[in-house]
Design a protein around this ligand. Structure first.
Ligand code: PMP
Length: 424
């Protein structure tokens, strides 16, 4: 039974596990938004594989795509060899890329996770510029491997580890608890001003770095959308200084934010896009797509065994096609706007800020004790939500883009009831 499974896991698995601590569930079945536990209870899943399930659990087009590869007897592990499955994935992805990369882009298949792709992006820009430093942002999350961790904002996560390169942390435009003590648009204006100064001032600036890396909407950092103006300012500043701009769309990609890519909101042409999570349809897949001008790699310069996951490519291509054909990006925008508007009217004193883009939504509590309690109360009511941001004060919603209106209403009702209970 679930109690025994959880106890065995606690005994044998590393104490670094996180999800199992917050959600003592033993999932045995799942479909769409719904997860069923071994004890028969069902949950609405607004975490969706940390944002990797754009179409929810076990969507038929994904399941069928995986089944077809198996039925065809195609090889499953193919290193970086050319295969029809890979060809179809690359073709589908390129059709959907932002214009600059669609035209001049190159793709590199990385190891299976988002962090692997971040490493590749950092290494590629260092190779092609011959420089080392990296500009990153407070609150950023790029993964748990050394280079990715070095560019992650969370200080505790970076402690006691060997990290590579020299990283300069810049202030991300987080208006609610603004690093400059202002708010609203002033936060983004000051951030842009600071970054521009830092890069232009020969007496107090930084040595020209290999890259700037940023998220257009920070996810783990607490669902913080960067204003479009700020995004364009970062592009202007980096272009002027000849610094490649890496945009990490591991979490924001594939319709999540109400546009197919988060950079589409601002129209910013990034030099490198880092992609993972939803592009594999829920299976492990990570790539970088970059301007061919950056390609200074010799054959074998960046390798790895698991870069040929055919099931992930098939599941990913099916997902990309489905999101594009059904305009789930527009659906995410509409549903997200509605949810943010409804959440903003909730009369709780301990809700400090409601924000989001598309179906990447955050409700920041004034006190982290409340957000912890809200997550627990949500689970009691059959709703899975995750926390993030400073002190884990932000309740995050990352539901599948296929969420129905009825499900969205139910999510809202359960969250409101949970918040009521948490404030008691
Ligand atoms: N970048 C971003 C923006 C992410 O949200 C994440 C994962 N949450 C990563 C990188 C790292 O991806 P992975 O966990 O697959 O290594």
């Amino acid at each position: 039974d679930s109690g025994q499974v959880l106890a065995r896991q606690s005994r044998r698995e590393s104490s670094a596990r996180t999800y199992a601590r917050s959600f003592p569930i033993v999932p045995v079945q799942a479909s769409g938004l719904t997860i069923t536990g071994a004890d028969g209870r069902t949950y609405l899943d607004c975490l969706s594989g940390a944002g990797s399930l754009a179409l929810g659990h076990n969507h038929p087009v994904v399941v069928n795509a995986i089944r077809k590869v198996l039925d065809d007897g195609a090889p499953l592990a193919t290193l970086d060899l050319a295969t029809p499955v890979k060809d179809a994935f690359v073709d589908t992805l390129f059709d959907l890329l932002p214009p600059n990369l669609k035209q001049n882009g190159r793709i590199h298949f990385c190891g299976p996770t988002g962090a692997d792709a971040v490493e590749a992006a950092l290494k590629l820009t260092q190779t092609s510029t011959g420089r080392r430093g990296v500009l990153a942002f407070t609150g950023a999350y790029h993964g748990m491997t050394a280079g990715a961790l070095a560019t992650t904002g969370n200080v505790a996560a970076r402690q006691n580890v060997v990290t590579t390169g020299e990283v300069t942390q810049l202030p991300y435009p987080y208006a609610y608890r603004c690093p400059f003590g202002v708010g609203g648009d002033d936060t983004a204006r000051l951030s842009a001003h600071y970054v521009r100064q830092l890069l232009q001032d020969p007496n107090g600036g930084v040595v020209p770095p290999a890259a700037m890396i940023l998220e257009a909407v920070q996810g783990e950092g607490g669902v913080i959308p960067a204003p479009n103006e700020w995004m364009r300012a970062m592009r202007d500043i980096t272009s002027q200084q000849g610094i490649p701009l890496i945009v990490d769309e591991v979490q924001t990609g594939v319709g999540r934010t109400g546009a197919f890519w988060a950079v589409d909101h601002s129209g910013v042409a990034s030099d490198v896009l880092v992609l993972s999570k939803a592009i594999g349809g829920g299976l492990p897949l990570a790539v970088i797509v970059y301007d061919a001008a950056l390609d200074g790699w010799a054959a074998g310069a960046h390798t790895g065994t698991f870069r040929g996951n055919q099931l992930a490519m098939a599941a990913g291509a099916a997902t990309l096609r489905y999101v594009a054909e059904h305009r789930l990006d527009e659906r995410a925008e509409k549903l997200g706007d509605w949810l943010v508007a409804e959440l903003s009217t909730l009369p709780f004193e301990t809700i400090g800020d409601v924000r989001g883009r598309g179906l990447m939504i955050g409700v920041e509590a004034t006190d982290p004790a409340i957000s912890q309690q809200v997550r627990a109360e949500c689970l009691e009511r059959g709703l899975i939500v995750e926390l993030g941001g400073r002190d884990d004060a932000v309740v995050r919603l990352l539901p599948p883009l296929v969420m129905s209106d009825v499900e969205a209403t139910s999510v809202l009702e359960r969250l409101a009831a949970a918040w009521t209970a948490a404030e008691r």
